[in-house]
Structure formats: C-alpha cells, structure tokens
Design a protein around this ligand. Structure first.
Ligand code: PHE
Length: 465
C-alpha cells in the first residue's frame, strides 16, 4: 500500500465504536438470545461473561496488537511476524472474502424489511410464506443486495477516518438507544392467550435470566460452555482479519487492553439486551415453545408476526427493530469489506478507490450467485453438521465452522510458541499501561485457547457431538 494512504482512527473512541460496530452484528440478534434461552439463560450469560473476560479478551487483544505492531493488512501481518507463518494471512483474508457476498445478500433482506416497515407496509411482510416468496424471487433480492453492498463500499472508499469512523460514531449510539428503548418496552408487555393464560414481560425476564440448576450435569455444563465459546468467538469478530486491519489503524498512543474491554462490553450489552428485546415478546405471545426460534426465520418470520400481535404500536416497534438490525448488519459488513480492501491495497499496491471498486464488482457477482441459490441455482446440500442448506449455508459453513477456527488456532500457536506472548503484551503496554493478567494471558494463548478451539472445530464440523 502507498504509505501516504495509511490513515488511522482519530482516537480511542472512534476505534472502539468502529470495532464494536463490527462485533455487534446479526450474531448478537439472532444467535445470542436463542443460545441463552436454550442454555438456561442466566447460566449461559454468566459463562459468557467469564469467557469474554478471559478467552475473548486474549484473542481480541492479540489480533489488535498484531495489527498495530505490524501496521499491515491481515494478508501480510502474519508473515511480518514470521515468514514461515505467512499462510495464516491468506486464510485470514479468505474468510472475509467468503463471508462478504452472503452477508451482503442477508443485508439485502434486512434492507427489504426496513423499507417495508418505514413505508408503513410492515404488516404485509408478516404474512405466511412472505419471506420464502421474497428470497426465491429472482430480481429483487439481487437489487437490494447491490444497494446494501454499495452503501458499504461508499463508506469504505471514504477512508478509515472519514468513512468507517464517521459512520460508526453516528450509527452505534443510535443503535444502542434503539436497543435500550425496545428492551424497556418489552418489559411492559402482557398478553392473555385464548385459553385465558396471561403472560407478562417481567415473567419472561425471569424465564430468560433465572437458571434451572437442579439438573445440572457435567456434560450439560460442557455443552453450555462450548455454545458460549462458539458464540463469543463469532461475536467479537476475531479470526477473520478484521481486528488485525482495524488494529493497524489504531494510534500508537491508544490503550489496547482498555479498548478491548470497551468493545467487549458494548458487544455483550447489545447481545444481552437483544435477549430481552426478543425473548420476552416471544415468551409473552407464544409461550415457552416460542422462545427457541433463531436465525433468519426468527428475524424475518417470527418477529414480524410478534409485531402484529402487539397491536397498533407493533408497527412502530417494527420500524425501530429493523432500523436497528440494519445498522448492526451495515457496520459489520463495512468491517468485512475493510479487511479485504486493506489486503488488496497492500498486496497489489493500489489505491483505496481501485481496491474497493474491484472487490465491489467481485462481490456483486458472488452475491448475485448467493441470491440465485434460492431459485435458479437451487439445490439441497447436506452439510457435515447434519443440516441441509443452499449456497449461502455452504459458504457460511466453510468460513465459520472450518476456516475461522483454523485461523484462530494457528494464531494462538504462532503467538504462544513462535513469536512469544511477551511481544503482544509489550505492544499493549508500550505507553506504560498496567497489565495485570500476564500469567493468565500466557496460559490462555499457549494452552487453553488452542485446546478449546480444537474441540470447537471438531464439534462444528460434526466430528464431535
Ligand atoms: N460479529 C458479528 C456478529 O456477531 C458477525 C460478523 C461476522 C461480523 C462476520 C463481521 C464479519 O454478528
């Protein structure tokens, strides 16, 4: 990359909001609440917090420090640390390259629903079969995918400071306010079903939060632990080059470990409140069975039906909800694109504009293919996890279940055993910052994280159950 083009975030707040923008995404909204509900709420949340402060902290700090230390894109950074480990950079760039097209496709769906609610036709999207009908249509999903992609490209082409940072500084506070507002509303709702049973939001809160520890066994605990770890790992956006890229734009005077804690807190808070915002209404209007919805069908099928149940205020809550989802998806999408663009700029020595244009064209083609996976190119692939999926699910499986754990495990081995954890700690404390968890960090990076991540990898590719 041309040296004069390596810009940076203006300060710690800009950096933290941009990184939190990456971390807060669809995972916070459609996966965390479901996993919490499935795993006895409070227990899952407690384990998640402990893991975030240890394992998550170590991984996030490592990637940000690698970026800031090498001042390189993810493609090159690992090779700068040790030429024999250059290949990690290839995989760390391949992950965002694979995720980007399908994240744009999902972003297109979110755009469709946001527009529907904003223009007052939200009730229509709640009709049975609407979502299926929409994604199997040929032109509209592609057109909206392109819109979502172009908005992201515009932010990236404007640069780190004037694009990513500016967008994050506006969208993230609004997102937080929306999440808080909808959660407070969720606490106030109540509903009497046809059989005369009344359920309230505060009861739902108890169901969401209070763990049932009476039948807690070791294997159940391990299951919750691995679910929490898998979710955390995905949620803080590590192992896909993003935090290395963002770290490379972080000012040398910034405090790494404090920023990591802030990013993690923001990410956790939105996930936790998403649980209140989603699980409570599901419980109130659908009972305990309703609480176990997740993934695209939760956001695009179940929630619109819930908004109808809420009566006249439902369309307003629907607008707030989908704008919030739109912002969450957009800031994550921008971060994926930046990881790719920074690597392209550096590797081919091209300008930000050229790199963004090139990736935009590639993603338009690949994203189009993903969209056509629901009609023209429709087929049913059986994945090693046992589920059946289309092109989007295959790309998701390869990137999330296979490549991301591989990148994370090899990063831990490189830092723990080759480069040495002290280099990372030195980077994080070079302005005289205090660092209390030295021994814990070394233990986590050398032993604990690689072992746990290997178990996670075996589990996510269906070898371990
Ligand atoms: N961390 C994001 C989430 O929790 C997911 C994400 C995936 C972000 C890929 C960027 C890239 O939803």
């Amino acid at each position: 990359m041309r040296e004069d083009e390596r810009s940076s975030f203006s300060g710690s707040i800009g950096f933290v909001l941009a990184a939190a923008g990456s971390a807060v995404g669809l995972g916070n909204i459609w996966r965390f609440p479901y996993l919490a509900a499935k795993n006895d709420g409070g227990l899952f949340i407690a384990i998640y917090i402990v893991l975030a402060l240890t394992f998550g902290f170590a991984l996030l700090m490592t990637e940000i420090a690698i970026g800031r230390m090498t001042k390189s894109s993810p493609l090159k950074a690992y090779g700068v640390l040790n030429p024999n480990w250059k290949w990690i950079g290839f995989f760390a760039t391949l992950v965002p390259f694979m995720i980007f097209p399908y994240y744009c496709a999902i972003g297109g769906w979110v755009t469709k629903y946001s527009l529907a609610y904003l223009t007052g036709v939200g009730e229509g999207v709640a009709a049975d079969g609407f979502f299926g009908g929409f994604i199997t249509s040929t032109t509209e999903p592609i057109a909206l995918m392109a819109v979502f992609l172009l908005i992201s490209s515009l932010a990236i082409v404007s640069g780190v400071n004037k694009g990513i940072e500016k967008v994050s500084k506006v969208l993230m506070p609004i997102l937080l306010l929306l999440v808080i507002g909808i959660s407070l509303f969720a606490l106030t709702i109540s509903y009497t079903d046809p059989s005369g049973v009344t359920r309230t939001g505060t009861e739902g809160l108890m169901v969401y939060m209070v763990p049932n520890l009476s039948n807690l066994t070791l294997s159940h605990f391990m299951g919750v632990l691995l679910d929490a770890m898998g979710q955390l790992f995905f949620s803080i956006s590590v192992a896909m080059g993003i935090m290395v890229a963002y770290g490379s734009y972080f000012k040398d005077s910034g405090n790494v470990s404090k920023s990591v804690l802030n990013i993690e807190f923001f990410d956790w808070l939105v996930a936790f409140l998403a649980g209140i915002m989603i699980i409570l209404p599901l419980y109130v209007f659908m009972g305990r069975e309703g609480m176990h919805a997740s993934g695209p069908s939760l956001v695009f099928v179940t929630m619109p039906k819930i908004f109808i149940e809420m009566g006249s205020i439902g369309s307003l809550v629907g607008v707030a909800f989908f704008i919030m989802v739109f912002f969450a998806a957009l800031t994550s999408n921008i971060s994926i694109l930046e990881a790719i663009v920074s690597s392209l700029m550096e590797h081919f020595n091209i300008s930000r504009k050229t790199a963004t244009l090139a990736e935009t064209v590639i993603a338009l083609i690949l994203g189009g293919i993903v969209c056509l996976g629901y009609n023209v190119f429709y087929f049913e692939a059986k994945l090693p996890t046992g589920s059946v999926g289309q092109i989007l699910d295959i790309m998701d499986f390869i990137s999330n279940n296979l490549l991301m754990p591989i990148v994370a495990i090899s990063t831990c081995l490189l830092i723990g055993w080759v480069v040495g954890p002290d280099k990372i700690i030195a980077e994080a404390t070079k302005n005289g910052e205090k660092f209390y968890g030295r021994a814990l960090y070394v233990f986590l990076i050398k032993y604990c994280a690689p072992v746990l991540l290997t178990i996670l990898l075996l589990r996510s590719i269906g070898i371990l159950h």
